[in-house]
Design a protein around this ligand. Structure first.
Ligand code: GDD
Ligand code: MG
Length: 353
């Protein structure tokens, strides 16, 4: 059985981070995001290949993920000639595949029991099986209503707040049958959420739902991207090998240099080659990427620094994300919600929030 990961979106809500780093490979600590999904899919014994459905900056993704030989499963990259939307992308990626396929949105962090989803699909001889998850703000997702037998009775993508009737949404994980794809036109921008799923309901075809009660998060906004790191560090999400075993500890790479006069609050993460100077304070839930430098007396309070970022003497950063190689000069103050694109320079005493 093949798995297809939809990884071709523009990642607009994560700009400017995604201008040079497509969303599927933004780092989670020091691993490209897609690796978590590959780990999860590999656990399914039936999956013999993962296909990455790409459009935006495919070479960047191919360079990082390669053919899967270092990840323990063959990986193939299929690049659409133009963005085909989620439905068009699935049809294009599956054009030479027969039978059952597992589809994954390339931005969901989860520990869903995929084996249980595939078993439900087979037991019900379903045309399609979808994973649902409860959330507080269903209007931001695809709302999915079900009946008492787990049949999907309504699929409404991004409903208006007054159209919300339940809290279960599309978690972006499906088991589908390729012979149902004949309703998706070839080489046409088409939405699996707005067109394919509603068509199954309209035609009364067997469309069933598995409700995930475990961890689930779409990392597609800066707030959720920060939350993913926090949830892993506190042990709420068990997706990162170190924090799985040592939730609530800090993880400092053996070749990072941390001054004995710097203060690190657990849980935090300091990657390889990073340097933390005297008097600096790294608060809980902070992520310091590879080769970053945090200058003397600087404060990083729940920030995320991508590789090569530097923070000058006495600067203060709160709940902010710095892209690759960003330079924050001495005494600057970077406030909550700030996201700074790769290689930007913020001069000393600047204030951003
Ligand atoms: N190949 C390809 N081509 N991939 C695409 C395209 C495309 O044209 N458009 C989007 N994708 C990929 C994105 O990279 C992402 O991994 C996935 O499809 C979903 O797109 P998003 O842009 O992240 O959609 P969303 O988060 O607003 O909504 C979707 O996900 C929600 C769960 O997180 C929908 O599927 C909702 O129904 C769902 O609730
Ligand atoms: Mg998304």
């Amino acid at each position: 059985m093949k798995a297809v990961v939809l990884a071709g979106g523009l990642g607009t809500r994560l700009r400017p981070l995604t201008l040079n780093t497509p969303k599927p490979i933004v780092p989670i600590f020091d691993r490209p995001f897609l690796y978590q999904q590959i780990d999860l899919l590999r656990k399914l014994p039936d999956i013999d290949e993962i296909i990455l459905s790409l459009n935006y900056q495919p070479e960047a993704i191919e360079r990082v993920v390669g053919d899967g030989s270092t990840l323990g499963i063959p990986i193939r990259h299929i690049v659409e000639p133009t963005p085909l939307g989620t439905g068009g992308a699935i049809k294009y990626a599956c054009r030479n595949i027969k039978g059952t396929v597992v589809i994954f949105n390339g931005d969901v962090l989860t520990d869903t029991d995929l084996q249980a989803v595939v078993e439900l699909h087979r037991k019900r001889s379903a045309y399609a099986t979808i994973v649902l998850t409860p959330v507080d703000n269903p209007w931001a997702y695809g709302l999915v209503e079900t009946d008492g037998r787990c049949n999907v009775t309504r699929f409404l993508e991004k409903p208006n707040p007054d159209e919300v009737t339940c809290d279960t949404i599309n978690a972006g994980i499906y088991v589908l049958e390729t012979d149902t794809f004949d309703r998706i036109p070839d080489d046409t921008n088409w939405s699996v959420e707005r067109q394919f799923f509603p068509s199954l309901v309209d035609r009364n075809e067997t469309f069933v739902a598995h409700v995930n009660r475990g961890y689930w998060l779409d990392i597609g906004t800066p707030e959720k991207y920060i939350q993913a790191h926090r949830d892993i560090m506190t042990g709420r999400c068990q997706a990162y090998p170190f924090f799985d075993r040592h939730a609530r500890d800090s993880l400092v790479a053996p070749d990072a240099t941390v001054s004995s006069k710097a203060k690190l609050e657990a849980p935090c993460f300091v990657s390889s080659g990073a340097r933390i100077e005297a008097g600096a304070r790294i608060s809980a839930h902070t992520v310091i990427g590879q080769g970053c430098v945090v200058g003397a007396d600087a404060v990083i309070d729940a920030g995320i620094l991508w590789p090569g970022a530097t923070v000058g003497h006495g600067a203060v950063l709160t709940d902010a994300i710095l892209g690759h190689g960003v330079r924050i000069d001495a005494h600057a103050r970077i406030g909550p919600g700030t996201v700074i694109g790769d290689r930007s320079v913020i001069t000393r005493y600047s204030r951003l929030s």
